[in-house]
Ligand binder design. Structure first.
Ligand SMILES: Nc1ncnc2c1ncn2[C@@H]1O[C@H](COP(=O)(O)OP(=O)(O)OP(=O)(O)O)[C@@H](O)[C@H]1O
Length: 325
């Protein structure tokens, strides 16, 4: 019997695992055993270097690949017991897209709708609504080969949403788009969540995309989740913001050096003339207290510059690799 205990739009996966048969008959472990939770209405960014297991995980959750182990409840349905239930409730937009190059857009949208059991009329009505919402209004007769890259990705999203899924998987939605088209697509993705409450689970290679679009990030490397949280939390966990303090003179800087060296968590305190460099965990929070201590010691700095770790630094620390490699 189909299980419907989970929440609509949510994902709960435990020990999800996938092995492929390698060319020489050996096992290739693509996904090692992933535990993953997504709340309804969340936008979750799934980040990882090439070959980390993002697409494999996505395809398992979207019923396109059978897991080798583990369990998952996707949008209220058990993945193993009720894959059809899952399929009805989710949308999946692949990296490659799914449209034929020379069919008019509305024809494609209608046939997609019919695949989900909609009448042609209903598919057309929803298609027009979605095209409008995704800035494709008036292009119903256009062929997809004559669309810009950004328009084509938005069309893929229209196709993935025609049956009003509660949860949408987007596999690298903005790869290959120029910065303006990417920012524009982010706006549309946010609106989907804000206006329709759609849960969005997307893979990306782009740090700025993960940072600005996602409520929460999951970082996968070599088939395993290695980091999880908001971009702010992940950055804050990375010890050692860099702080540069400038003093009015060498004497004040020397006092500053003594104060900073006694500060809990401070590391790499180096003074050069009237400038002091140090690393400080969660620098933004620690800075006001440090400035007060310096003031009390008669060495108030005349300048303070804090540089926060970027998501790239987080990724590097967690995986030993840069996403851009
Ligand atoms: N059909 C397959 N047969 C054998 N190995 C596979 C197959 N599909 C994927 N793999 C391997 O599984 C691992 C994970 O691949 P996957 O495509 O899930 O990674 P990814 O994180 O999506 O990578 P990318 O960012 O490059 O799309 C890789 O080592 C890949 O070579």
């Amino acid at each position: 019997m189909a299980e419907t205990s989970g929440e609509a739009g949510a994902i709960h996966a435990r020990g999800l695992r996938k092995t492929y048969a390698g060319r020489k008959g050996q096992e290739v472990v693509a996904v090692t055993g992933v535990d993953l939770d997504v709340a309804p209405g969340e936008i979750v960014g799934f980040l990882g270097p090439n070959g980390a297991g993002k697409t494999t995980t996505l395809k398992m959750l979207a019923t396109l690949l059978k897991p080798s182990g583990g369990t998952a409840n996707v949008s209220g349905c058990d993945l193993a017991a009720d894959p059809l239930g899952v399929r009805k409730r989710i949308g999946y937009v692949s990296q490659a897209g799914s449209t034929l190059p020379d069919a008019p857009l509305m024809l494609e949208i209608e046939s997609q709708g019919r695949l989900y059991g909609l009448s042609t009329k209903e598919a057309r009505r929803r298609g027009l609504e979605l095209m409008e919402a995704l800035d494709l209004g008036g292009l119903e007769r256009r062929k997809s080969q004559n669309l810009s890259g950004g328009q084509r990705r938005r069309l893929d999203i229209v196709m993935g949403l025609i049956h009003r899924p509660e949860l949408v998987f987007l596999d690298e939605p903005t790869t290959g788009l120029d910065p303006q088209a990417r920012a524009n697509l982010w706006e549309h993705i946010r609106r989907l969540r804000d206006e329709l409450g759609t849960t969005i689970f997307l893979t990306t290679h782009y740090m700025d995309e993960a940072d600005s679009l996602s409520d929460r990030l999951l970082i996968i490397d070599k088939g395993e989740i290695v980091g999880e949280g908001t971009a702010t939390k992940l950055k804050a966990e990375l010890k050692g913001d860099s702080l540069t303090l400038t003093f009015s003179g060498g004497e004040a800087a020397e006092t500053g050096e003594e104060v900073a060296a006694g500060l809990e968590g401070a590391a790499n305190v180096v003074r050069q003339g009237n400038v002091l460099f140090l690393n400080l965990p969660d620098g933004a929070r620690a800075l006001p207290g440090l400035i007060k201590r310096l003031s009390d010691a008669g060495a108030e700095p005349i300048g303070a510059e804090l540089s926060r770790p970027t998501l790239d630094d987080v990724f590097l620390a967690l995986t030993g690799r840069s996403l851009r490699e």
